[in-house]
Ligand binder design. Sequence first.
Ligand code: ATP
Ligand code: MG
Length: 404
Amino acid sequence: MDKIILPPDAAFIIDRLRENGFEGHIVGGCVRDSIMGIKPHDYDITTSAKPEEVKKIFPHTFDTGIKHGTVTVVLNKQNYEVTTFRIDGEYEDCRHPKDVSFTRDIHEDLLRRDFTMNAIAYNPYDGYTDIFGGIDDIGRKIIRGVGDPDERFKEDALRILRAVRFSAQLGFEIEPETRRAMENNANLIKNISAERIREELTKLLISEHIEKLPLLWQSGLLENISQRLARSISGREDIIQNEIAQSEKIVPVLFAILTQFINTDDIKKELSLYKFDNKTLNQIICLNSLINRKVETDEISIRRLASQTGIENAFLFYSLKNAQGDYKAAEAKNMLNSAVKRGDCLFLKDMALSGKDLISLGIKPGREMGAVLNKLLEMVIDDPKLNTREILIKTVKENFIDNI
Ligand code: ATP
Ligand code: MG
């Protein structure tokens, strides 16, 4: 296996540790990605130095997870997580080790990691430390649990979902014993927090290799995450998979596709399981409510929809429909873009007449005024040329003054 060219900062950290009598290695995702020829998104460093020792060596650090041995070293405005070689004690609640202890032996640290491909360490002095055959597994595109996968999934059930996610990110197969252990322990995913499940599902849905998505239900994970969702998908797996494969990698759109067969009454309950931020939550709910709507490509319909949902949601809707193969969606998206560029009036705030103007025309604030404003808005949405102060004042005088 070729050497890994370390970025200067990571090399510097490892060298400084070494000058001080400690070992340092890059480890985990960055080694895996480097071996695969993918540029790592960050570099994690594992070291024989204890957190206090790390803090003495580097002038700029902050505590990230001291209890778990992690200190963040700040170098050239970049953060590097430097974690002491660690042995995880007994696990409780299928996720967290009760206690962790530090060790000076890299091998022990690699033992606690989830998959062979993630349990490889590297530095320029010792080369690769690969005690579980992770390099071979990467070469063969295999995800294999470190040690006894059954035990490892019982310790921390999040690893089962990570296996599915990595499979879809990397296009790897899951080794049969690991695969069996996933199925045997899928029910333990119930112990994992909503946030972690959402994060992993998100990474899964935006993955390159969506052909691996069925692992989510085939492993038994989905029914243990949500029976409602699993039932709604059952028999429609191909639709979901195809649409996700066709979709842009936009999170609310992908979740709307995944949850599309859950009805409007249940969707809020379903989505509350994943603790989305409010904005994403409302976007998915909005898309769910429009799931059976066809795209219309006349100017009026385009403006009416955007006015009803908001511009951002309307674009999401066209993205969703495009993934579903509605051939008009691309055209509708262009038309909405043009409408926005032209500055077509879509909302009350864009109207050439305001509530204040109505008051000066003698209309009282309150429900009547709201009704008048909405009528005017409908009118200018249907015909943007009418959105001038003169025309709107005239319309009010002709149509509404007498009625009040
Ligand atoms: P990514 O590209 O998604 O960041 P990664 O492999 O770096 O992938 P991280 O979640 O950043 O994943 O974790 C870093 C490393 O820590 C992993 O490569 C693995 O060695 C170890 N690790 C992370 N989560 C677990 C876990 N739940 N159980 C065991 N080891 C884990
Ligand atoms: Mg990582």
